[in-house]
Write a protein that binds this ligand. Structure first.
Ligand code: ADP
Ligand code: MG
Length: 494
């Protein structure tokens, strides 16, 4: 489905490419032993290497290499057994080396394809060009002193993975889906925490427009966009801005821009630099990085089941709906909670997983997620343990309580932290399935509602619900609805 944008002079197509910067999860920086801990006092995590003292030598942190390879594997990209670190030369106050160590011609990870799902249920393949490792720069602080800028070098030298896409995205929705998919993958792989509000993941957003099917247009690159919502705003704004320029007969400048969250607009930062401006050359302090296929295979073995594989297993082996499976696998912690719950529930009830999975998935997504959202908590802070959740569901599965009562019990669990079995016992919430007791109640209700019984028999079928309601009321919702239905129908019809 082509999604063209109608302009005054005809259709336009937007083209988007993303450069995602993902901070490597590691204790130490890329070329020094300094800590990467977030939120520390300025300049407390700075070695001689990070501050670029003359004569210091960078030493590769092997864990960062492993993390980059794991990420490449999780994305299904080609792993390059030989790669090269280059110097990218530029001057900036928070870059004391005067160059950034990066990878230019020979990155550690090569091409791949990421398949994303879109809202209309279709899928789209987006090419990945490469993933390379590089150092982060320090941070200039302009708001600490009226006339001076301070520099904090804590971030200087922290390992980043830059993941460069092909210009394959055609809408803000596709770009958002691609970014989310990459974030899900790095989180599964444990290679980046994906926290955008702490700057662990951010994107440079490249946007151009063209006539459908024409050659690529000139792009703008908006730097350091740190939320998915902002990214989508950048795309909408740039698309409009560029179409307006072109329709007025102008030309789009190839430039670097910045986003202002307060106005939702972008503005020019500088004209776009070209690769030759940086005078890249192999860093003479570092040998080319080489490792064996065995090293890669070993890392592949250590990866967890990845989201796509997990999703098809949930759908095909467990009968979870496509939608629910998508929701559950989007965050590894959610999928883990669901699977642990299902395992526990299987043990408690003795039933097969596929007989329980739909109910468990619905409960996690509707009841648990609803409660977590209200409390502003994540699943790892869930006030309901897997044990208690399994107990609650198994009380429903074995018919001890109805679905209606289960919701009440869950509310009490959230407030008190008590076990569901204890709550059901103490509050006397067990479902009444005793046919004798229910039958006696039905007789009583029919007796005292003769008028309604006659109306029902005269054809007013809808009154059936009224009688069910009366029985439920009398038992405070504890009558087994199936039993009520079975007993009520013949009595009313008879
Ligand atoms: P640089 O490193 O100078 O920014 P690259 O060629 O590596 O340049 O491209 C960076 C990103 O820009 C890639 O994600 C690529 O897909 C994207 N891109 C390249 N050309 C275009 C274009 N005409 N429109 C939109 N995105 C583009
Ligand atoms: Mg770029």
């Amino acid at each position: 489905m082509a999604k063209y944008i109608q302009g005054a002079t005809g259709d336009w197509e937007v083209v988007i490419g993303l450069e995602i910067h993902a901070q490597v999860s590691s204790e130490a920086k890329l070329f020094s032993g300094s800590s990467t801990k977030f939120g520390s006092e300025p300049n407390t995590q700075v070695s001689f290497v990070c501050s670029a003292m003359p004569g210091m030598l960078p030493v590769i942190n092997e864990e960062c290499i492993r993390q980059a390879v794991r990420t490449g594997l999780a994305m299904g990209c080609k792993i390059n057994l030989r790669s090269v670190f280059d110097r990218k030369n530029y001057f900036y106050a928070d870059l004391p080396q005067g160059y950034q160590i990066s990878q230019f011609k020979d990155p550690i990870v090569g091409e791949g394809v990421i398949t994303v799902e879109l809202e209309d249920g279709s899928t789209k393949d987006i090419g990945v060009e490469r993933l390379h490792l590089e150092q982060d720069a320090g941070k200039s602080m302009h708001d600490q002193h009226p006339s001076q800028t301070y520099v904090d070098l804590n971030r200087s030298g922290v390992a980043l993975m830059e993941i460069v896409s092909m210009p394959d995205m055609r809408s803000a929705e596709e770009a958002g889906a691609y970014f989310r998919k990459i974030r899900t993958l790095v989180r599964y792989a444990g290679t980046c925490d994906g926290n955008m509000d702490q700057g662990s993941m951010r994107a440079d957003v490249n946007v151009s427009v063209r006539r459908p099917g024409a050659e690529l247009g000139i792009r703008s690159e908006t730097k350091n966009v740190n939320s998915i919502r902002f990214m989508m705003q950048v795309i909408e704004f740039e698309t409009r801005r560029q179409i307006d320029i072109l329709e007025d007969g102008g030309e789009v400048d190839q430039e670097t821009r910045q986003f202002d969250p307060a106005t939702g607009t972008t503005s020019s930062l500088r004209s776009k630099e070209e690769a030759h401006d940086y005078r890249y050359f192999p860093d003479p302090d570092l040998l080319p990085l080489e490792f064996s296929q065995a090293f890669v295979d070993e890392l592949a073995k250590g990866l967890p089941e990845l989201p796509d594989a997990k999703k098809s297993r949930l759908i095909n082996d467990l009968g979870v709906s496509e939608y629910n499976a998508g929701v559950l696998v989007a965050e590894k912690e959610n999928a883990d909670y669901f699977e642990d719950l299902l395992g526990e529930l299987t043990q408690k009830t003795g039933k097969d997983k596929d007989k329980l999975a739909t109910q468990a998935a619905n409960w996690v997504i509707v009841d648990l997620f609803g409660a977590l959202k209200k409390a502003g908590k994540s699943i790892t802070e869930s006030p309901v343990s897997i044990q208690h959740a399994a107990e609650l569901l198994s009380l429903q599965v074995d018919g001890t309580i109805s679905g209606r009562i289960a919701k009440d019990v869950f509310e009490i669990m959230l407030k008190t932290g008590s076990s569901p079995e204890q709550i059901v016992e103490e509050k006397g919430l067990k479902q009444v399935s005793d046919t004798g007791a229910i039958e006696a109640m039905i007789d009583e209700i029919l007796d005292s509602n003769q008028g309604k019984v006659e109306q029902y028999r005269a054809g007013k079928d809808k009154l059936f619900g009224f009688f069910v309601g009366q029985v439920m009321k009398k038992t405070q919702g504890k009558a087994n609805p199936q039993v009520v239905n079975q007993l009520l129908r013949p009595k009313l019809d008879g």
